[in-house]
Ligand binder design. Structure first.
Ligand code: NDP
Ligand code: 2IT
Length: 447
């Protein structure tokens, strides 16, 4: 890939200033690669150093998280919050608890979040956080004590008008509950707007749990619509079996598609009759067990421990697990099997080589910052409800989500067309997300 000269200089600086953070480099390069026509048409974005400023987080917080496990041993984890950009609103983005978390992962996610949040059209800046804590195999009491220890430092950095975290990998409703409880205890404030993804009895929004998965499916439905097609009878493969994957599967089935495979980090299951969501939720949400148990409980389903889920033939592929889970070889297999749409429910699940192959093969490709924006958009709806002390119905909130996803889809296509890359959702999402943040940064001065 050849970058515009001024953008190549910025990328070199990013590499120099952030050594070893390969995921962050990857996320920056993908955006810079789209911005060539923008800086050619509008040189003031480079003259005012707005792109260089965008690549440097406003604030990065790294802290020790000491806690006591069930055996009485003191455990030490590392906590992060990267407050990347607040030009459009308070920093907003999830918390990830996973052993692979380090600064480079949090920065890639925070950087992506800036453009994603901009695309939603809601007043939210970009941030991300998390810890290298591994929740797998931990008791409920250990999870609670870890969350309390994490919030004992984080509370001083967040707030309704400052920074509003939510969930991501390893952080769902249970963890948000413990985090909110500790925030309330320390500050003596029932400040609902400080976290999103809360339970519906204590300030949460209906549809937030389902929002990322549903939103990705709504986005994919728009891609189908532009091709005069629908989900009816389509074979879909969804990777992962967490929050995003589960509710993507639910909506796909409601819209007439059949999801034939899903996965976790131990392997994947194939179920030609269509994934049974009750069984999946029982295994993953209730018992927090491994995906192999799905195949034990469901007749005709099989578990595969080795190999790639992307070898299962499908019309549509939705990677909903983690970054770089779909590589060039997987992309080749998908193309050979006749897959025509790939939409990212996860953040950056497809490698740059895989994306290039999709483009060459004429496969429609929707990047995460557009296709999975429904989660954070519904977080913003939760913030609206908290601010007005109101509660909206499921139907109303879901319609707001669907409308937002249709809007993002159309803006991506219109922007791609305007900048000479018709049908390219990556170019459309990056440019549309960028210009709004950049214009706000210019208006606010050099800060
Ligand atoms: P969950 O923790 O609920 O589920 C994660 C799923 O991905 C699990 O099935 C997990 O398997 C699998 N997974 C995680 N890490 C790996 C890995 N290194 N290798 C293989 N499989 C892995 O997380 P979410 O569903 O919330 O998040 C999934 C993706 O969606 C992430 O990329 C996240 O950033 C993104 N996202 C989430 C949003 C949200 O609102 N929650 C919003 C927008 C994007 P296992 O249990 O075995 O680890
Ligand atoms: O990647 C994401 O957009 C999220 N994990 C959701 C962030 C949020 O604040 O709801």
């Amino acid at each position: 890939m050849t970058l515009h000269e001024s953008l190549a200089e910025i990328y070199d600086e990013v590499l120099r200033r952030n050594p070893g953070e390969s995921e962050f480099h990857q996320a920056v390069l993908e955006v810079l690669d789209s911005l060539g026509p923008v800086v050619t048409k509008h040189p003031h974005y480079t003259d005012s150093a707005v792109i260089r400023r965008l690549c440097e987080p406003e604030r990065q917080i790294i802290f020790r998280v000491p806690w006591v496990d069930d055996q009485g041993n003191v455990q030490i984890n590392r906590g992060f919050r990267v407050e990347f950009n607040s030009a459009l609103g308070p920093y907003k983005g999830g918390l990830r608890f996973h052993p692979s978390v380090y600064l480079g992962i949090v920065k890639f996610l925070g950087f992506e979040q800036i453009f994603k949040n901009s695309l939603t059209g809601m007043p939210i800046g970009g941030g991300k956080g998390g810890s290298d804590f591994d929740p797998k195999g931990r008791s409920d009491g250990e999870i609670m004590r870890f969350c309390q220890a994490f919030m004992t430092e984080l509370y001083r950095h967040i707030g309704e008008y400052t920074d509003v975290p939510a969930g991501d990998i390893g952080v769902g409703g249970r963890e948000i509950g413990y985090l909110f409880g500790q925030y309330k205890r320390i500050t003596n404030r029932y400040e609902s707007g400080v976290l999103t993804g809360k339970g519906i009895t204590w300030g949460g929004s209906l549809v937030r749990t389902e929002a990322t998965g549903y939103g990705t499916v709504f986005f994919t439905e728009e891609i189908l619509r532009t091709r005069g097609d629908s989900f009816d009878g389509k074979r879909v493969v969804v990777s992962g079996s967490g929050n995003v994957a589960t509710y993507a599967i639910e909506k796909l089935h409601q819209l007439g598609a059949i999801v034939v495979a899903c996965s976790d980090s131990s392997g994947y299951v194939v179920d030609e009759k269509g994934i049974d969501l009750d069984v999946l939720k029982d295994v993953k949400e209730v018992r927090r067990a491994r995906i192999a148990e799905y195949a034990d409980l469901r007749e005709g389903a099989r578990f595969v421990a080795d190999g790639s889920i992307w070898s299962v033939p499908c019309d549509i592929a939705l990677p909903c697990a983690t970054q770089n889970e779909l590589n060039e070889a997987d992309a080749k297999t998908l193309a050979q099997n006749g897959c025509s749409i790939v939409a990212e429910g996860a953040n950056m699940p497809c490698t740059p080589e895989a994306i290039r192959l999709f483009n060459d093969a004429g496969i429609a490709f929707a990047p995460g910052k557009a296709a999975n924006a429904g989660g954070v958009a519904t977080s913003a709806l939760e913030m609206q409800q908290n601010a007005s002390r109101d509660r909206w119905s499921f139907e109303y909130t879901e319609e707001r989500l669907a409308e937002t996803m249709r809007g993002i889809h159309d803006r991506c296509l219109e922007t791609a067309e305007e900048y000479g890359a018709p049908g390219n959702y990556v170019v459309g999402a990056n440019i549309a997300g960028f210009t709004q943040v950049a214009d706000a940064m210019l208006a606010l001065g050099v800060i």
